[in-house]
Design a protein around this ligand. Structure first.
Ligand SMILES: Cc1cc2nc3c(=O)[nH]c(=O)nc-3n(C[C@H](O)[C@H](O)[C@H](O)COP(=O)(O)OP(=O)(O)OC[C@H]3O[C@@H](n4cnc5c(N)ncnc54)[C@H](O)[C@@H]3O)c2cc1C
Length: 383
């Protein structure tokens, strides 16, 4: 642990047991495969089944639907244990902490029973498709349509940058069921990827997060029954806005864990590296830089843990979640840059984890709503 005597204020004995079990699983089963997954551009499909078997998917979904019967704290513990081992590419945050909650909160009983157990077992992998080639931040302007045709919708359009896109069996598609109504015409519709009108695009090559599959998706007269819609027609934008604070907190938490790991591996490096006859750790600059990094990491950690408490109390507002997302991801990129610098040339080499952490971190300021959009949202709370 980077800090002495720090305990998350939301953690109890049951969560510590889960932390221990999840940590062992990731250490033994996923950590040794990370390099292979990076080389192939995606994790192995059976990793999802393994995680499901170990009870690490859909931890916050009730047991009645095959989930772990926990809450957001359980998801947090699993995410922290996975990320603190430097494992990359396992898109469980999207699958368990975003897709499954949409089904739980807005799905009918029939929809929950049909899909949640398969998501919890890893038999199905989930994705959410909001972004389009011409529309990201301005979500109201999506062009994908889902127009009524009897008891069905015909979906037409394309999506891009979709996480879990290559493995996904189930996609929550953001589409306009009434293009004349703007945001009020948006609905969320479940598409199973064996649908004849669905086509998976390329696994996109990226700057970082190379083990994460990120894809284009194409919908061409993709026919789905209206019963695949989540909630009422036209409620999609409101549903998205309701879920985004949790999604943004999740990104902020990931940023904090990865920042902490970067500092830890850097301390290990500068302790053993010598220059001018002394340890790199013993240069005053190194100690001051790491002192600043550690201080800011603990500020981030304290902030996100307070946000978890607020979320659990149902009072995490959009502005506070946006503050957490923008500040923690900005700090992640700055601190990892400092840590890389302290590695010298080694920091630029692929074989050193800090190099990968540097490129993996960059997208954190972009997805889940860019940090500029976060500041817009915070700005709106100023009155
Ligand atoms: C690796 C990766 C994974 C992703 N996973 C998913 C996923 O699973 N599902 C999904 O739907 N999407 C996903 N995305 C997409 C991501 O959410 C979008 O890229 C992001 O929301 C930004 O949208 P955009 O790319 O269209 O940029 P744009 O919206 O075109 O923004 C371009 C620039 O303009 C700025 N800008 C835009 N509007 C404003 C404004 N009002 N004020 C000030 N500045 C503004 C932005 O901040 C940005 O700097 C992923 C992206 C990446 C890179």
């Amino acid at each position: 642990m980077l800090y002495d005597n720090y305990q998350p204020p939301w953690e109890d004995d049951e969560l510590r047991i889960l932390r221990d079990a999840a940590g062992k699983f990731f250490e033994q089963e996923f950590a040794p495969k990370t390099d292979k997954w990076i080389a192939q551009g995606k994790i192995d499909r059976d990793a999802w089944l393994q995680a499901g078997e170990a009870g690490l998917l859909c931890a916050a979904i009730p047991e009645a639907y095959g989930g772990g019967g926990g809450d957001y704290r359980h998801e947090t513990v699993i995410m922290e244990e996975h990320l603190k081992r430097g494992i990359t590419g396992f898109g469980n945050q999207v699958h368990s902490a975003i897709v499954a909650p949409y089904l739980l909160h807005y799905g009918s009983e029939e929809q929950r029973r049909r899909w949640l157990p398969k998501l919890a077992s890893g038999e199905m992998v989930g994705a959410i498709a909001m972004t389009e080639p011409n529309t990201g931040s301005d979500l109201q302007s999506v062009r994908t349509t889902a127009l009524a045709d009897g008891d069905d919708y015909l979906i037409n359009g394309s999506k891009t940058y979709i996480s879990n896109g290559q493995h996904a069996d189930l996609v929550i598609v953001v589409a306009k069921t009434d293009p004349s109504l703007g945001a009020k015409g948006i609905s969320l519709i479940i598409v199973e990827t064996d649908n004849a009108g669905f086509q998976r695009g390329r696994n996109l090559k990226k700057l970082g997060q190379k083990a994460a599959d990120t894809s284009e998706m194409f919908f061409s007269d993709c026919r789905v029954p209206k019963s695949n819609r989540l909630g009422e027609e036209g409620r999609g934008f409101v549903q998205l806005m309701q879920q985004l604070p949790q999604e943004r907190l999740n990104i902020a938490q990931a940023a904090v864990v990865q920042t902490e790991r970067a500092i830890e591996i850097t301390i290990d490096y500068v302790r053993t590296r010598q220059a001018f006859g002394q340890r790199v750790l013993d240069f005053q600059n190194t100690r001051f830089k790491l002192a600043e990094c550690k201080t800011e990491a603990l500020i981030g950690r304290t902030f996100v843990d307070q946000c978890v408490l607020k979320l659990m109390d149902g009072v995490l507002d959009a502005a506070t979640a946006s503050m957490a997302k923008y500040w923690c991801t900005d700090k992640q990129c700055q601190i990892i840059d400092e840590c890389l610098q302290l590695h010298g040339g080694a920091g630029y080499m692929d074989e050193y984890e800090i190099s990968r952490m540097y490129t993996d971190a960059r997208v954190q300021k972009i997805y889940g709503g860019t940090n500029e959009i976060m500041k817009e949202l915070i700005g709106r709370s100023l009155g």
